[in-house]
Design a binder for this molecule. Structure first.
Ligand code: ZN
Ligand code: ZN
Length: 241
């Protein structure tokens, strides 16, 4: 009887280990270690290209803390960009896989990175999150707007309202990455329209990656022209110069 009981206990224990192994969430990146933070294991998390030294205003990665040349020379339409990582391996693959392969799990990691970074800054939180909009046609083609996914998760964690329909993208623009700096600005001017008043509202624009800043600068300009009291940009990554 006693031996029997022991055998059952041992079997239960073994089964428990197997079940834990089956049920424990595994790191999205290495698919080996258990999840530690926002879908990643501790090792993969620590080895992300964290954007620690960057421009105080536009989050451009720099060699030391301070302001980049562009921000020293010109006033920006937005108040500040927050971007916890540099758009390098594996963040680039992660965000491409989200956008082009529909791997929505990466929206959770991206949102987690943004939330952690925002909480570390000890900021006054915005009233409203605005995902960078896509045209209806582009959403039909891709099936979803990745910025809206990230914004929804950030909003849920920080208890901030997300304005999915506050701003529309009224026309298709060329892919910003294929254009020169002045072409990018021309390309995006007049591409956004507000559907409701935002006067006195503190806003954070949410995007997956900020590359040239012309898109978020144009959108921030539209919001500031409509008297938004503060416009920051929260993105998962920032492209280096
Ligand atoms: Zn891992
Ligand atoms: Zn800057």
């Amino acid at each position: 009887m006693h031996a029997n009981h022991k055998a059952i206990t041992e079997a239960r224990h073994k089964l428990g280990i197997t079940l834990n192994w089956l049920l424990e969430p595994v790191c999205f990146l290495c698919e080996e270690n258990g999840e530690w933070r926002h879908g990643l294991c501790k090792h993969c998390w620590q080895h992300l290209p964290h954007n620690l030294l960057c421009c105080r205003i536009c989050a451009l990665p720099l060699a030391s803390k301070g302001l980049c040349g562009a921000c020293q020379a010109t006033a920006m339409t937005y108040d500040r960009i927050i971007a916890p990582t540099v758009y390098r391996h594996p963040i680039d693959q992660m965000l491409c896989s989200l956008k082009y392969a529909g791997r929505l799990q990466w929206a959770r990691t991206a949102a987690g990175l943004v939330v952690d970074c925002v909480l570390q800054q000890d900021l006054e939180l915005p009233h409203l999150l605005l995902p960078v909009p896509m045209t209806r046609k582009a959403i039909r083609q891709r099936g979803f707007n990745q910025s809206a996914y990230i914004a929804r998760l950030v909003g849920r964690q920080l208890k901030i309202k997300v304005g999915f329909d506050v701003v529309h993208k009224t026309r298709e623009t060329h892919r910003q990455s294929t254009l020169s700096r002045s072409q990018r600005q021309q390309n995006i001017v007049g591409a956004f329209a507000l559907t409701r008043p935002v006067a006195g509202t503190r806003i954070a624009i949410v995007d997956d990656v900020v590359t040239s800043c012309s898109t978020v600068a144009e959108l921030a300009g539209v919001l500031k022209a409509a008297q938004a009291s503060e416009v920051n940009v929260w993105a998962c990554a920032r492209t280096p110069a």
